[in-house]
Design a binder for this molecule. Structure first.
Ligand SMILES: *Cc1c(COP(=O)(O)O)cnc(C)c1O
Length: 361
């Protein structure tokens, strides 16, 4: 496909080409039904099979224990910011939140609507250039749960070790789910918007421990109760069918390519190439402290905003798209999720070296 370029967008983000090619067929005529996948009833046996297969693959690849439910919800990852405390934090109870970026800040704001929020760690004053390690903070002993964002998409930081605690963990894994192995049993709930590492926008995956389904207060809206969706296999109402279908195809691709352990290895290699290019001089400056560096989003700066603008413009011309950093920290960001090809990383690294040679600081 000569007209495809390298897409470093933070999300919606690159999808595997073979998934898109299959979807191009299925959107017109799904499995010889004569109906496209975006048109077929969510109650049809064909779509129910799609949803079941998608869930099964997710369970298998992410090693989700049997006492967890997998939900396909709408409202984006952002709706989980309020659904979690609405369902799991009773009034007057406390929860611990680690503040490592814009997405945790938003979650903290919503949680405060429902209960008491304790924030024992924040890297906000350092422009969120790091995540904590165990020992950097103490967890309030009366907390119902400990909430953290495993990968901070904007700043390019990632938890290498998860909080060590007896409390149940809750994590926003929107931008690194399925990029590495996770011991799900340590978590009460994991969620991820699909549009970074799993599929298109429109579906949010929620993995929730079954016993938590009964914690929700009775007086919250039906659609906002986890149990409503868990009891109906995410078919209480029309689910985001097309997005679920694509997630299923991405999971098939992931399995065919060696599953999570293979992804983890490739991700380390890809990110390693980029960080090496950043570290070889002071021309490029990584935003994240080395110990907190993300394998998914690599945020870096050049000497001046003008030079950064030139870098992004010339990169775009060279077929390296989506490298502009988030408006909150400026600079550049390369998002290299599972589906991002290694050759695109190599091309960017070569471009970085050429640009440096042609534009002395
Ligand atoms: C993108 C992102 C979100 C927001 O996702 P929406 O689906 O747009 O609500 C939340 N958390 C993280 C870590 C993200 O990267």
């Amino acid at each position: 496909m000569a007209d495809r370029i390298f897409n470093f967008s933070p999300g919606p983000a690159v999808l595997p080409l073979e998934v898109l090619q299959q979807a191009a067929i299925d959107i017109v005529n799904f499995q010889n039904t004569g109906i496209g996948i975006a048109e077929i009833s969510h109650r049809s046996k064909e779509f129910i099979k799609v949803a079941e297969t998608t869930e099964q693959l997710l369970r298998e690849l992410f090693e989700i224990p049997n006492n967890y439910k997998v939900l396909f919800l709408q409202g984006g990852a952002s709706s989980q910011f309020f659904m979690i405390p609405m369902n799991l934090l009773a009034a007057g109870k406390k929860a611990t939140y680690l503040n490592t970026g814009a997405w945790s800040k938003k979650a903290i704001k919503e949680a405060k609507l429902f209960g008491e929020v304790v924030v024992p760690f924040s890297s906000e004053e350092q422009k969120f250039n790091r995540v904590p390690v165990n020992g950097d903070y103490t967890i309030d002993k009366d907390s119902e749960y400990v909430y953290f964002v495993s990968n901070n998409t904007i700043y390019g930081t990632q938890f290498k070790e998860f909080p060590k605690t007896e409390k149940m963990l809750i994590s926003d894994m929107s931008s690194d789910i399925l990029s590495r192995k996770v011991d799900v049993s340590k978590f009460g709930l994991i969620f991820a918007g699909a549009q970074k590492n799993l599929g298109p926008a429109g579906v949010t995956i929620v993995i929730i421990r079954e016993d938590l389904l009964d914690r929700s207060p009775a007086n919250i809206p039906t659609m906002l109760k986890y149990k409503t969706h868990a009891e109906k296999d995410s078919m209480f109402n029309t689910p985001p069918c097309f997005s679920i279908y694509i997630v299923g195809e991405v999971l098939k691709w992931l399995k065919k390519n060696g599953g999570i352990s293979a992804m983890d290895e490739v991700n380390k290699e890809k990110a390693g190439l980029l960080y090496a290019a950043i570290d070889e001089s002071s021309y490029y400056r990584g935003h994240a402290e080395p110990a907190s560096r993300s394998l998914m989003n690599i945020s870096f700066n050049l000497a001046t905003p003008e030079l950064e603008a030139k870098f992004i413009a010339e990169a775009t011309k060279a077929g390296l798209n989506g490298l502009k950093g988030h408006r909150s920290i400026g600079g550049c960001r390369a998002s290299i999720y599972n589906a991002f090809p290694r050759e695109g990383v190599v091309k960017l690294v070569n471009f970085m070296r050429e640009f440096k040679a042609n534009n002395p600081a």
